[in-house]
Each structure stands twice: as C-alpha cells, then as structure tokens.
Design a protein around this ligand. Structure first.
Ligand code: AMP
Length: 372
C-alpha cells in the first residue's frame, strides 16, 4: 500500500520510519521549500500543479501538518480516502470553530469571546475579567499571534501587535501544568488512549514531555479520555488525534487539538508498545490498532536550534536519539532524545545527564523537579 503524506517534515519522516516494517511505501507532497523527510518520493509543488500526479501514485492520503488548505483535502477526498477527515482540519484551523465544538461536546474550555476590533477586544477583556489571552482566530501556532492583556487598557496595543481581523479572547487559566492526551481511532471505530503526558514549554516551544505525567490521577486520565473520545466520534475520525489541555485544581480545561501525530507523543517511539506513528499508519491503512501501553517512564527532550554534543548522548545507554536531518537555526526543532527509566527519580537523573550536552536546552523543570 502506498500512503500519500501531505507535508514533508520530521513528522512525515517518523511516519515513514514506522510504516516501513508494515510494508508501506510513501509519497510526500509539500507546498513549501525544504523537505527534510528523505524517506520516499517527494513532490514539491509551490503552485498546486502536481496534485493529480500525487493522487495517481497513492492509495490513501494523510497529512502531517494542519495549515493545509481545507479545499485541497476535500478535493483529494473525492478520489481517495483521506484520513483524518477534512472537517478535522477545518475545525482546528479556526479557534472559534474549535472552541465552539468543544463546548457542544461538553469539553471544558476557558471562558471566551470573539472580538473583531480593538474596542471589541477591550469590551471582551472587561466582560471576562483580566488577565485574558487574545489569539488570532486563524493562522496561530506555538504562541504566535497572541497577547496577554493584564488590563482592558492594553487592548489597543494587543490588537496592533496581533495584526489580525478577528481574535478570540480567553480568560487566562491559572494552570498547575500543561498536559496532552493522544488517542487513535481505527476505521472500525476502535479507540485507544495513550497515558497523558506533562509538557514543558519555553519561549512558546515544547521542550520536554514526560509520560505518564507524574502524579497522574486515574480520574484525570479518564476525564481526558472522555473529552478526546467525544471529538473522535463526532468527527468520525480515523488516525491519531492530540488534545492539549491545562490541568487545574478544578479539573482539566481544553486548549486546542491537533489532527495529527504530535511532538508531545514522540516519547511513544521507545516508550510505548506501539508508537503514535505506527498506530497512525495502522489506522489510516485500515489495520487493527496496536497496544498503547507505556513501557515504563519516558521523557522526550527536544533538540532545538543547535545539535549540541550528540556523540556524548549516544554514549548514554538509556538515551535514544532521533535526528531530523535539518540545519541548525534558532528555535528550530532538529531532533529529540527519548530517555526511559523505571522510576521518576532515575528519569530526572538521566534527563539531567543528557541535557548537559544540549546547550540550547533550558533548565529541566516539571512537576517532578518543582517539588524539589
Ligand atoms: P496555543 O497557541 O493556544 O497553544 O497557546 C500557546 C501557549 O500559551 C500555551 O501552551 C499556554 O502556555 C499559553 N496559553 C494559551 N492559552 C492560554 C490561556 N487561556 N490561559 C493561560 N495560558 C494560555
């Protein structure tokens, strides 16, 4: 079976690496410049001229990034199965559509209001009570196109800095930590959930994910599973879906979803019985799902901006290095290291050992280290 992947970055690369043992072939389609995938035929098509060519070479289509025109996914879906469905793309490309769907499905969100002018932003900030976070409704990712308003008086400046015609204004959530749940749904409607991961960001970029999240209560895992299951079933979704959440003393609050394999699930490559990448390939190919059980405790460390001393990390018996064949550039994801351990104490010690060879990494902080 030939799987067509829209996008040719590191996620496509890891999908292919997981698909080869299942005898899948891959064709990648990218609308921008520099594919890093290096593991299959790659069509770079800046003007949308080669879509028919791409379609003729594949049996099924999936995607590895969500900023893809929905119309392209819809037109492909008229000819070949496209998983996940184009509606999933449509929802996650618009923060208002996304939060509206969450609300309809009973998934808790921060209180929010739309605003289409500086005055409306000020009024929304007043009504919700500051602090609030204003985010562009479309085209936002990794904290871009966002501003925190400490007072309604900040509205003018925030509106100008975001520079979009419509924003969503959300009540600021005082979360204890950021977490995510990754789930997979098969063509037959079977669903499996990975354990929740705890995610640490720095300058808007994910740095560490620990899974299962330290101190994870079974009822919190269940709550997250119910939220993501509602989305999977509503969208008749096939493949891997990620839901990013805030954990608060009052329970979980949903932030956003990603209709694809996710950086906070890279730990599953060595840390779970079946990786998120293999399970995505299984689902989109119509196979049964693999076990999502964790093999002990994992931490994923992103390699950002510069590679650091990879040779030294390769000497560590518990570190698994994954490189994306990308050139160094500030803020760019170049690879990741998965560290496994049998206790959280051992995990912290091992992560610290790795991080000393990664000069771009901020201090390792998590709910583990915060306790001292
Ligand atoms: P997003 O682009 O929506 O994922 O937001 C980027 C980051 O901004 C998140 O990872 C959070 O750290 C922070 N953030 C977003 N929305 C809120 C909110 N309503 N309350 C507090 N922090 C937020």
């Amino acid at each position: 079976m030939r799987i067509g992947v829209l996008g040719a970055g590191q996620l496509g690369r890891m999908l292919a690496l997981a698909g080869y043992p299942l005898a899948k072939d891959f064709v990648f389609y990218d609308m921008s410049g520099s594919p890093s995938v290096g593991l299959g035929e790659t069509i770079v098509d800046r003007n949308g001229e080669y879509l028919d060519d791409f379609l003729s070479r594949v049996d099924r289509v999936t995607y590895e990034f969500e900023h893809l025109p929905v119309a392209i996914a819809e037109s492909l879906a008229r000819h070949k199965p496209v998983h996940p469905c184009p509606r999933a793309l449509q929802v996650c490309q618009n923060r208002i559509a996304e939060k509206t769907l969450f609300g309809q499905l009973g998934i808790p969100t921060p209180e929010w209001k739309p605003a289409d002018s500086a005055e409306a932003l000020k009024a929304a900030a007043q009504a919700l009570g500051c602090p609030v976070v204003a985010k562009s409704v479309t085209e936002g990712y990794d904290g871009k196109g966002q501003a925190v308003l400490k007072s309604p008086e900040d509205a003018e400046q925030a509106w100008a800095s975001i520079g979009h015609s419509q924003v969503i204004v959300e009540k600021f959530v005082n979360f204890s930590r950021e977490v995510s749940i990754i789930a997979v749904r098969s063509e037959d409607g079977d669903v499996a959930f990975y354990p929740i991961a705890e995610n640490a960001h720095h300058e808007g970029i994910l740095r560490y994910s620990i899974a299962p999240a330290p101190g994870l209560r079974p009822d919190v895992q269940k709550e997250a599973e119910q939220c993501i299951k509602a989305l999977l079933n509503e969208l008749d979704y096939v493949g891997v879906l990620t839901l990013e959440l805030f954990e608060t003393p009052q329970g979980l609050v949903a932030n956003e979803m990603a209709p694809r394999v996710h950086n906070s699930g890279h730990w599953t490559i060595e840390g779970a019985m079946t990786s998120q990448f293999e399970n995505h390939i299984r689902a989109v190919s119509g196979h049964p799902l693999g076990s999502v059980e964790a093999r002990g405790l994992s931490c994923m460390i992103n390699i950002i901006g510069e590679h650091g001393d990879i040779e030294r990390i390769l000497e560590l018996p518990y570190a698994h290095v994954h490189l994306y064949k990308k050139g160094e550039r500030p803020g760019r994801k170049l690879g990741h290291v998965n560290v496994l351990a049998d206790s959280y104490e051992e995990l912290v010690w091992r992560v610290r050992n790795c991080v000393q060879f990664l000069p771009g990494s901020p201090e390792f902080t998590s709910s583990l280290t915060a306790k001292g």
